[in-house]
Design a protein around this ligand. Sequence first.
Ligand SMILES: *[C@@H]1O[C@H](CO)[C@@H](O)[C@H](O)[C@H]1NC(C)=O
Ligand SMILES: *[C@@H]1O[C@H](CO)[C@@H](O)[C@H](O)[C@H]1NC(C)=O
Ligand SMILES: *[C@@H]1O[C@H](CO)[C@@H](O)[C@H](O)[C@H]1NC(C)=O
Length: 169
Amino acid sequence: MFARTFIAIAALVAAASATTVNLTNSCGYQVDPGFYPAATASDGSSTGGFAVAAGSSSSVSLDSTWSGRIWGRTGCDASGNCQTGGCGSESCTSPAGSGVTLAQFSINSWDSLDFFTPSTTDGFNIAVTITPGSGCTTSPVACTGQDMGNGCNATNSCPTGTNYTISFC
Ligand SMILES: *[C@@H]1O[C@H](CO)[C@@H](O)[C@H](O)[C@H]1NC(C)=O
Ligand SMILES: *[C@@H]1O[C@H](CO)[C@@H](O)[C@H](O)[C@H]1NC(C)=O
Ligand SMILES: *[C@@H]1O[C@H](CO)[C@@H](O)[C@H](O)[C@H]1NC(C)=O
């Protein structure tokens, strides 16, 4: 009885500590987000990336100490051969080479804060906007070109537990 209650509570706490990221493809073409390191797909499997059709969205969760990069790949076939941002497979196990716009996140990095940055440090291939969800008052930040965008390259923070939307285009 005690054990079962404990397991139920532990499961609730684990679910509450994950960060949900909504990937919205506002482009007129397919975008294949890549994740490095892997994220957790909505079916619970580990994923390094997948296709999101034009005008569609998908969500993943990031574990409680995830630190890494998310980027949009363009012109990909089903094997993950892409015109930009390719990592050698549809589900990435390594970061892309240079030339891509990055959405960088460090979840629960310090002082119960997440840090995030849209960045063109490695180049630019597609506009990326990061919008925090409820519980955070930080405004959306974006890179809309190599040298353009409100908050491009700047590091922002939100309380850990905030969810995020990453929009492409
Ligand atoms: C992502 O956010 C958009 C805009 O709020 C919403 O319409 C869509 O349903 C969300 N997608 C997922 C997979 O949660
Ligand atoms: C962001 O950093 C990159 C690499 O240093 C630079 O090329 C770009 O101009 C910067 N973008 C902005 C908006 O400052
Ligand atoms: C984040 O998303 C999860 C899953 O959709 C939800 O249960 C949780 O309430 C959301 N958190 C916030 C702060 O909106």
